[in-house]
Design a protein around this ligand. Structure first.
Ligand code: AHM
Ligand code: MG
Length: 335
């Protein structure tokens, strides 16, 4: 019979990281180890999300199951998994998580040179309905001589060493980029338990008539924001208006925008004058991914998102991000 055609030369995330590290003779391997810990966290979170309904993980934390044991909500489990992965790899000096009010310092990690910001489960309002959610992360390198202080993470996104996100959807997708480098997408193969490089060098289409925004907030928008989005509903050059797509999970809306093009926005408005999404672990990592993929990302003042430095770890910003030409159009409305 015919031999099955199997690709045996597969680029796993592990292989990808090893090959990247080899390009930098001075590299110590610490960053690679940190990435291995990250991918373990992603795989674990993906596993629990897949099984959530079966093992009674949906619903509120604090509720108890039939035997009276406390049930941990998925975002609590994911946060704990993420923290333990970062602690145990020994390469992370401090961690900011959306789920933690304060910075977590890993004082046992002697010589650790990285600071990590993360949103362990972004889009958690979608969790119980089985809609895609994700983890967003940004990694900073500590300055020479620092043992890790809050200032080491209160930096503009332009200084991010690496960032990305994992989307837990119909399949688990990991998108990863490094400062000044390309964006690469990996798909988790559940069979072998590895992330496989499936989307090398991701590039955003230059334009696409899709907008993604919570239009229910338009009552609170300023005139420029309303004018811009209203303009998309008029006939464009081809006679058609834009399509509207809004999942309500930033990671899922961002992933679609990366692949198809278009624009995603969560503008600052009268209800949330500083915006809703957080700079350190939502806006900045996404902005680095979008810029490195040939798109743009700005805040509600049309400042480059990667130049925005938070004062406090949970500071927010308005955000517009997407295809290059779509972003030029947005900026035109805010002149
Ligand atoms: P979360 O971190 O509490 O999940 O909130 C962030 C989410 C984003 O994923 C998404 O883009 C946005 O909030 C949706 O907000 P809204 O429901 O106001 O449209
Ligand atoms: Mg979030």
């Amino acid at each position: 019979g015919e031999t099955e055609k199997v690709n045996t030369n597969i680029i796993t995330l592990t292989r990808f990281l090893t090959e990247e590290q080899a390009k930098f003779p001075e590299a110590t391997g610490d960053f690679t180890l940190l990435c291995h810990a990250l991918q373990f966290a992603f795989k674990s979170i993906a596993y629990y999300i897949r099984r959530a309904t079966l093992v009674n993980l949906t619903g509120l934390a604090g509720s108890s199951n039939i035997t009276g044991d406390d049930q941990k909500k998925l975002d609590v489990i994911s946060n704990d998994l993420f923290i333990e992965a970062m602690r145990s790899c020994g390469k992370v000096a401090l961690l900011v998580s959306e789920e933690e009010d304060e910075v977590i310092y890993f004082s046992d990690a002697k010589g650790a040179r990285y600071a990590v910001a993360c949103d362990p489960i972004d889009g958690s309002s979608n969790l119980d309905a089985g809609v895609s959610v994700g983890t967003i992360f940004g990694i900073h390198k500590l300055p020479e001589g620092s043992t890790g202080t809050k200032e080491d993470i209160l930096k503009p996104g332009a200084e991010l060493l690496a960032s990305g996100f994992t989307m837990y959807g119909a399949s688990t997708q990991l998108v990863l980029t490094m400062k000044g480098a390309t964006v690469n997408g990996f798909t988790l193969d559940n069979g072998v338990g590895e992330f496989i490089l499936t989307h090398p060098d991701m590039r955003l289409p230059r334009s696409r008539a899709i907008y993604s925004v919570n239009e229910g907030n338009s009552l609170y928008w300023d005139d420029q924001t309303n004018n811009y989005f209203n303009s998309l509903k008029l006939a464009q050059a081809d006679g058609k208006p834009y399509s509207s797509r809004y999942i309500g999970s930033m990671v899922a809306d961002a992933y679609r925008t990366l692949l198809y093009g278009g624009i995603f926005a969560y503008p600052a408005d009268k209800k949330s004058p500083k915006g809703k999404l957080r700079i350190l672990y939502e806006c900045a990592p996404m902005a680095q991914v979008f810029e490195n993929a040939g798109g743009q990302a700005v805040d509600s003042q049309m400042r480059r998102m990667l130049d925005v430095a938070p004062e406090h770890i949970h500071d927010r910003a308005g955000i517009f991000m997407g295809s290059w030409d779509e972003m030029e159009k947005v900026k035109g409305f805010f002149k």
